[in-house]
Design a protein around this ligand. Structure first.
Ligand code: OOB
Length: 551
């Protein structure tokens, strides 16, 4: 396994292999096998483009050869930031076939995040779109490259230009690509990003063995077959849409994955109708848009049979509307980039589907609810969810100190989520210990936003909390202590100690961070409440926010 990653203990790995959980296959060979079996069937659809299994397999080989020709080697880390386009899928298989490690970044990430990922992973390459939603990503690439000692190659989806290699050049670089040596299935295939409880995201190594298992098992639980059409609504860099079962699980079962440009119902409903989509996955805030749009839209959504919803909490009033309004079954999903997935099952009692996040997808998943001392709690009691299993990481990349706190001595990952188990063994997520805000399904680390705020002039202290929001689930509220009693230039002076919300957003935006992390509200206070241990008392801030909302 790549240095800096934590392998499973040898006896555990042996058990997973003996039980046939880990099949010793790489994601590259899985695509090869699918191409043999489903050859001319449609693997991917985007706009007017249709790509068959055989074409996708050949394309990945040509790209792999092109990347090698360009100097990409096994173990090189490559940051990939692309929208939902077929190139994303082909490139991910190409790099995995070489044994290069992809680092998945989100389309919304800007130079701060990309710079951090390049630095953290020691990336030698960055794959980017020329422009996406009016934003020129080449600017990011130039800035990040100038500040990096490792970033050699910039691969752009678009035209060749000074300093950039066009992906189209790569796929034609080698006339007759030869098969490459197979990477080790127990090694890292790619890195996913942690939702971030610490100031900056951590890298989650996912191996071929673990991910082939996860995507295949998720596909089984969803009863996917070659007759299914999966609509990828969320960004496919997101684990949920990539492999839960997502695009990868669909390709493993011979179905068709349709790539949507945005999750907006105006884009997605015509795709459901046109391609007779049967399965999709969304976060609650997007489902809400779909529910509203379904009331008046003329499109036929009758093909949908299963909608997976997860990533943030949902109320019963909300889950109740999904099945009847969209005319399909609801599947609740609790998931995380770190691994563990729990799904409600199509045949579960209606009440369980509406009110729980279901059961782990694997019999080999070990799930415990523990109290503050690590003692296991009985069903019904709320405590921290800890877990280990065949597709849950054993350590973040390159942070041994942090790992000592994030995992128990016997390898359970401390999720930072508060949960309980029902008598039937279903999981119910009740809250969070970790300082993470889930804004419409996007995970925002409070610490990261606080660091950006503190870096601005005129702010002496900053605390960021999530406050309830009817649409987004939570929105970001910043409590700021201005520098000096009223800031250097008075309360509203040009020093900007008390920036208005738009000014504050603009100032954070200017630091080159993803827009979903910008504060939605700001409150100026003379001091932050502290706990007896001297930490910022976020519970007190949440209570203040709640009473303000009531008032
Ligand atoms: C998914 O993955 P991440 O890594 O973006 O976020 C994980 C965190 C969890 O630790 C939990 O705090 C929260 O998101 N979460 C939920 C939830 N599902 C995830 N909180 C309440 N209810 C749920 N159903 O979010 C993710 C990955 C794969 C599939 C689905 C979601």
């Amino acid at each position: 396994m790549l240095a800096g990653c934590t392998p499973w203990p040898p006896e555990t790995a042996l058990r997973y292999r003996e039980q046939g959980i880990w099949r010793g296959e790489t994601l590259g060979t899985v695509l090869r096998a699918a191409a043999r079996e489903y050859g001319s069937a449609t693997a991917l659809v985007h706009g007017e483009r249709r790509i068959s299994y055989r074409e996708l397999d050949d394309w990945a080989d040509r790209l792999a050869a092109g990347f090698v020709e360009h100097g990409v080697r096994a173990d090189d880390r490559i940051v990939v930031q692309l929208p939902n386009v077929p190139e994303f899928v082909a490139i991910s298989f190409a790099l995995m076939r070489i044994g290069a490690k992809l680092v998945f970044s989100l389309p919304a990430h800007r130079e701060t995040e990309i710079g951090h990922l390049v630095e953290l992973s020691g990336a030698t390459g960055y794959v980017l779109p020329e422009t996406h939603r009016g934003f020129d990503h080449r600017e990011i690439a130039r800035t990040v490259q100038a500040g990096s000692s490792t970033l050699r190659s910039l691969f752009v989806l678009g035209d060749k230009s000074e300093g950039f290699t066009a992906l189209s050049e790569l796929e034609n670089a080698v006339a007759d690509p030869r098969p490459l040596p197979e990477p080790d299935p127990s090694d890292v295939a790619f890195f996913l990003l942690s939702g971030g409880t610490t100031a900056l995201p951590k890298l989650i190594p996912r191996t071929h063995d673990d991910y082939v298992y996860q995507a295949g098992r998720a596909a089984e639980v969803c009863e996917l077959t070659s007759a299914d059409t999966y609509l990828a609504v969320l960004p496919i860099e997101f684990n949920f849409a990539y492999g839960c079962p997502g695009v990868i699980g669909t390709l493993m079962t011979g179905g068709t994955a349709v790539l949507a440009d945005t999750p907006n119902p105006l884009d997605c409903f015509p795709l459901v109708e046109r391609h007779r989509a049967t399965v999709t996955a969304m976060v609650p805030s997007i489902v809400q848009l779909w529910l509203e749009a379904a009331e008046w839209s003329g499109e036929d959504l009758g093909s949908l049979r299963l909608v997976q919803v997860g990533g943030a909490r949902m109320t019963r009033e909300f889950t109740e509307r999904i099945g009847p309004t969209l005319g399909c079954s609801l599947q609740q999903v609790f998931g995380m980039a770190e691994g563990l997935l729990t799904f409600s099952r199509p045949g579960d009692p209606a009440e369980a589907v509406l009110t729980t996040q279901g059961r782990p997808i694997s019999e080999a998943d070990e799930v415990r609810i523990v109290d503050g001392d690590g003692a296991e709690l009985p069903p019904g009691a709320v405590g921290e969810l800890i877990t280990r299993g065949p597709y849950t990481l054993r350590g973040y990349y390159g942070v041994p100190e942090y790992n000592r706190r994030a995992f128990t001595a016997d390898g359970f990952y401390r999720t930072g989520d508060l949960a309980r188990l029902t008598e039937d063994g279903d999981l119910v997520i009740e809250g969070r210990i970790k300082e993470m805000i889930i804004r419409g399904g996007d995970k925002v680390s409070a610490g990261e936003v606080e660091d950006h705020l503190l870096a601005l002039d005129g702010i002496a202290a900053a605390a960021v909390i999530g406050v309830p929001d009817p649409f987004l689930g939570e929105r970001i509220c910043a409590y700021l202590v201005p520098d000096g009693p009223d800031g250097p230039d008075g309360p509203d002076g040009p020093g900007g100690a008390r920036r208005s919300l738009p000014e504050l957003k603009q100032a954070v935006h200017a630091r080159g961070v993803a827009d979903y992390k910008l504060p939605d509200a700001v409150r100026y206070v003379s001091e932050l409440p502290l706990t007896p241990l001297g930490k910022v008392d976020k519970k007190a801030l949440a209570a203040a926010a709640a009473s303000e909302q009531e008032g």
